[in-house]
Design a protein around this ligand. Sequence first.
Ligand SMILES: Cc1cc2c(cc1C)N(C[C@H](O)[C@H](O)[C@H](O)COP(=O)(O)O)c1[nH]c(=O)[nH]c(=O)c1N2
Length: 228
Amino acid sequence: MRPFDEDALSAASGFSLAEREAVYHAIMTRRDVRSQFLPDPLPDDLVRRLLTAAHHAPSVGFMQPWNFILVKSAAVRTRVRDAFASANDEAALMFAGERRQAYRALKLEGIVEAPLGICVTCDPTRSGSVVLGRTHNPKMDSYSTVCAIQNLWLAARAEGVGIGWVSIFREGDLKSILGIPEHIEVVAWLCAGFVDRLYDEPELSVKGWRQRLPLDELVFYDGWGLNT
Ligand SMILES: Cc1cc2c(cc1C)N(C[C@H](O)[C@H](O)[C@H](O)COP(=O)(O)O)c1[nH]c(=O)[nH]c(=O)c1N2
């Protein structure tokens, strides 16, 4: 039987109540950051801690398919921002009417404002062509890379560092700007920098774009939709 009283739970998990609360605090207050970045550079040892958190993520077959390209150069970040702007113009046209105007009003990146860009990539060849756990679903290496990003994002939250994930790019543009080989997948451009405030709720929710769904509508028991 699993223990349920507080002391037994702490003993079993190795986490004190305060430590458990800290984990949930980081999860619940993590935000995607676009416009609140401070210009101060991130210390190298702090960046190293964030990358170490990322590097301890789970990965299919322990493949560790990720690479991290650290971009401090303002000139390179300006080129990346221009690639975003071009893709974003295309993206805006995919929404109709008032939705397009609402889309245009959103700020969806902080590429130049954030002092550090982190391009996270996935190398599908990292551990040979046959990978334990990836044999029937080749996307598993990308999923693993996303786990690394989430680790980094949560560690950053605890360090007072804001992260903004930008995905509005043509992949070829990023590859060409950063010299990324053809067989490598670009998974994310992360804007990273200190922040002194964060939204309490997702910015897209605050700005009326889309609201959080009720969890109970998303959970099924013993099969798709059987509890409705
Ligand atoms: C894969 C992926 C890709 C993107 C994002 C996230 C993820 C997971 N998000 C951030 C996204 O909008 C945000 O996570 C949600 O709106 C929820 O807000 P919080 O992250 O809780 O603040 C995001 N935000 C943005 O402004 N521009 C973007 O291009 C993207 N791209």
